[in-house]
Structure formats: structure tokens, C-alpha cells
Design a protein around this ligand. Structure first.
Ligand code: COA
Length: 191
């Protein structure tokens, strides 16, 4: 899936629609909601932090075995932790959420790319115990925003059919302008 409209139009983040936080009706918006809206995110860093979720952007404190366990818990194939380390070292944007109580990673996403034009988002996961409370959306919003801030507007990802509905409201579309994703398959290669 591609982030809608970002490969041919001038930069304008779909995650930053013109939001007016009206001063005439201050009680309509809680402080946390206002902070999130100002950042352009559905939920602010402060709100998540107050619930014990902390954003991390480096791999220094990230326990890769624990991350691998989250991958396995959501059904991804178990991968060699040393290879995950190499993959993360070659990753441009990375975001994970630490649950303060356990110090464990509970949400994760990363993006690789050329640093200028293109990026692909990989390994989007939320620990099943913590799904459905906004962490997945929070992570994707922030990874996309970071890429857009770098001027990277061609943002793609592979989506399993069951999560298309998760990505669509975040600005991703399937087959934009008829463009189809293709993946090299060794199975189909003529011998
Ligand atoms: C997909 C995944 C990352 C979503 O994370 P999450 O934290 O559970 O999702 P959130 O709580 O942030 O949900 C955000 C919104 O997306 C919706 N949503 C979540 N999963 C959805 C799905 N599979 N289909 C449609 N909508 C979905 C939520 O209802 C919510 O809607 P709202 O904003 O209107 O309230 C998580 O379920 C997961 O890790 N799944 C297993 C791994 C996986 O499939 N990763 C994607 C690989 S392509």
C-alpha cells in the first residue's frame, strides 16, 4: 500500500489536517486531546506516557529477544535475533513503545529507504495483550510523520488483507492510480 497521494503532489501531511482547536469552547477538548491534535496525532505522547507507554527511537535499550517474542506472538515467523539486529542497524526510522511496568517492548514499527524519496514500513506489531488501545495507530502516525518531515513522500508497506482496514484511515491506499505492488518470487522463476 502507498501513502495516498504522496508520490506526485507537493508535501502536505495527511496526518496534519487543518485542526482548529477552538478557544471559544475550551471544554470541548481535553488537554490531552488538544495536545495530540496540536501534534497532529490521535493520541499525544504525554497521554500515552501517563498510561505507562514510552516512545523509544533507538535500539540501545531494546531487548531483541523480547521484540522477537512479540513478532512470534502476532504470528510472524521466528527470526534469528542476530539478523534482526543487522536489519535494525540498517533501518532509517524506528519506533518502539516500552511498557513502563515491565520495561518490555509492546509496539514496534520501522522504515527503511533511500533517505530522500522512498521508504517502506516494516514489522508493524503490537503485543496482543496491548492491541486495540491505539498503540498501532500511534506508532504508524509517528513513523509516517518522521518520514514526511525528512521530505520522504513515497511511503509504502505490505499489508495483510486482514489489516487493510487498519491502514486505510491512516492514509494508505491499495493500488494508487492503478499501480500494483509486485514481489519477486523464486517459485515463479523459470529454471
Ligand atoms: C495491526 C495492528 C498493528 C494494529 O495495532 P492496534 O494497536 O491493535 O491498533 P489500534 O488500537 O491502534 O487501532 C487503531 C484503529 O484501527 C482499527 N483497527 C485495528 N486493527 C484493525 C484491523 N485488523 N482491521 C481494521 N481496523 C483495525 C481500530 O479499531 C482503531 O480504529 P479507531 O481509530 O476508529 O478506533 C495489531 O493488531 C497487530 O500487531 N496485529 C498483528 C500483526 C500485524 O498484522 N501487523 C501488520 C502487518 S501487515
Amino acid at each position: 500500500m502507498l501513502l495516498h497521494g504522496n508520490f506526485s503532489i507537493p508535501f502536505r501531511s495527511p496526518l496534519r489536517p487543518p485542526i482548529s482547536i477552538t478557544l471559544h469552547h475550551p471544554r470541548k477538548l481535553s488537554f490531552a486531546a488538544a495536545a495530540a491534535a496540536q501534534q497532529g496525532f490521535a493520541i499525544s505522547d504525554q497521554e500515552l506516557e501517563s498510561r505507562g507507554f514510552i516512545f523509544r527511537r533507538t535500539i540501545e535499550d531494546l531487548n531483541l529477544d523480547q521484540l522477537n517474542s512479540v513478532f512470534v506472538a502476532v504470528g510472524f515467523p521466528k527470526r534469528d535475533t542476530d539478523k534482526i539486529k543487522v536489519a535494525l542497524e540498517h533501518t532509517d526510522s524506528l519506533l518502539w513503545v516500552e511498557y513502563e511496568k515491565t520495561k518490555r517492548p509492546v509496539a514496534f514499527a520501522r522504515a527503511t529507504g533511500d533517505g530522500v524519496f522512498n521508504a517502506i514500513i516494516w514489522d508493524v506489531v503490537v503485543d496482543p495483550t496491548f492491541q486495540g488501545i491505539g498503540l498501532g495507530k500511534a506508532v504508524i502516525e509517528r513513523v509516517v510523520e518522521e518520514l514526511l518531515q525528512k521530505g520522504i513522500t513515497n511511503i509504502a508497506l505490505y499489508s495483510e488483507p486482514r489489516v487493510l482496514g487498519f491502514y486505510r484511515p491512516l492514509g494508505f491506499v491499495s493500488d494508487p492510480e492503478g499501480i500494483r505492488g509486485m514481489v519477486y518470487s523464486r517459485k515463479n522463476k523459470k529454471k
